[in-house]
Design a protein around this ligand. Structure first.
Ligand code: PBG
Length: 334
């Protein structure tokens, strides 16, 4: 380049000029807001490590959903806290389960028509042991790993859960369990009940991450023993993330979700360059919590940091973002 003829600052001089040449944009419609729905009435219990995020009973969740719609958000991602948990996670496919009930109620409310209702599909919120599938003794185990989450039997239950959520009105089902073969099994289960039109958004590359810590309080889903490294991915592996994506596409995934977001922006970029499917990223609970911890201390400017964090995820290649900041960001963008 030939300074002084070339002066890059010319295009930065005014907001109008910056706006004209801006490469990446955030819109409320590309943001998805997670909700944690619990039994009861009038319940609005704040998650201690996630200021502004609550366990909500259905009546309160309805208000929250209406706010999300009025802000122009793209959709909701629904998680459920069942009244009771068991070894198999029966609540995940109960026709009157907490998320199924919420979906049915949301579908009746015309004010929510603009919101895509996405149901997270996993067992960890519903199992007494907090794992994402069925747990069995591992006959080949070495010290410390006496139990493993069984893949194929878990997949059968997850497919049942996906079908039940679609039947209750989910616009999209989003498997977050990381079992092998679950996308194909869910496609079969959805088609078998006449839901050929329900898309599957697979959490294709989901890393075993410390950044899920606050979520496990929100969803009451911390594993009671062991951890999730036997099924979620090793944070060191980018090539393996690409294999996960290829596999989910081959099994029939309609869209792909990457998770976490900010510590894995390189993986999002690589995914974007590899596949043509709509691609989302999940800015997870720990990413939200750490930013809030800094906001509370006055160490970061809240509004700017929220938008900059989301812009970085869009710039890395995500079409849409699941974020606990969705409402805040929509207000700032509005
Ligand atoms: C369930 C699930 C988790 C998250 C989304 N779905 C937790 C986990 O895998 O432990 C994490 C989301 C977040 O941290 O915000 N399998």
């Amino acid at each position: 380049m030939n300074f002084p003829v070339t002066r890059l600052r010319r295009l930065r001089r005014t907001e109008a000029m910056r706006s004209l040449v801006r490469e990446t944009h955030l819109r409320p419609s590309c943001l998805i807001y997670p909700l944690f729905i619990c039994p009861g009435e009038g319940v609005r219990k704040e998650i201690s490590s996630m200021p502004g995020v609550f366990n909500l009973s259905l009546d309160e969740a309805m208000k929250e959903a209406e706010t999300a719609a009025s802000l122009g958000l793209g959709g909701l991602l629904l998680f459920g806290l069942p009244a009771e948990k068991d070894e198999m996670g029966t609540g995940a496919w109960a026709a009157d389960g907490v998320v199924q009930t919420a979906l049915q109620a949301f579908k009746q409310n015309r004010k929510l028509d603009s919101l895509i209702q996405i149901a997270d599909v996993c067992l960890c919120e519903y199992t007494s042991h907090g794992h994402c599938g069925l747990v069995a003794r591992d006959p080949y185990a070495r010290d410390g790993e006496h139990f493993q989450v069984e893949n194929d039997s878990s997949v059968a239950l997850l497919a049942k859960a996906a079908a039940s959520l679609a039947a209750a009105g989910a616009d999209i089902v989003a498997p977050s369990d990381m079992m092998d073969g679950r996308v194909a099994a869910m496609r079969d289960a959805l088609d078998a009940i006449g839901h050929q039109q329900t898309p599957i958004m697979s959490y294709a590359s989901k890393f075993a991450s410390a950044f899920y810590g606050p979520f496990r309080e929100a969803a009451d889903s911390a594993p009671q023993f062991g951890d999730r490294r036997g099924y979620q991915m090793d944070g060191a592996n980018l090539r393996e993330a690409m294999r996960e994506i290829d596999q989910d596409i081959a099994e029939g995934a309609d869209m792909i979700l990457m998770k976490p977001a900010m510590p894995y922006l390189d993986v999002i970029r690589a995914a974007r360059e590899r596949c043509e499917l709509p691609l989302g990223a999940y800015q997870v609970s720990g990413e939200y919590a750490m930013l809030h911890a800094a906001f509370q201390r006055g160490w970061l400017e809240q509004d700017r940091a929220i938008l900059e964090s989301l812009l970085s995820i869009r710039r890395a290649g995500a079409d849409f973002i699941v974020t606990y900041f969705a409402k805040d960001a929509a207000r700032l963008l509005g």
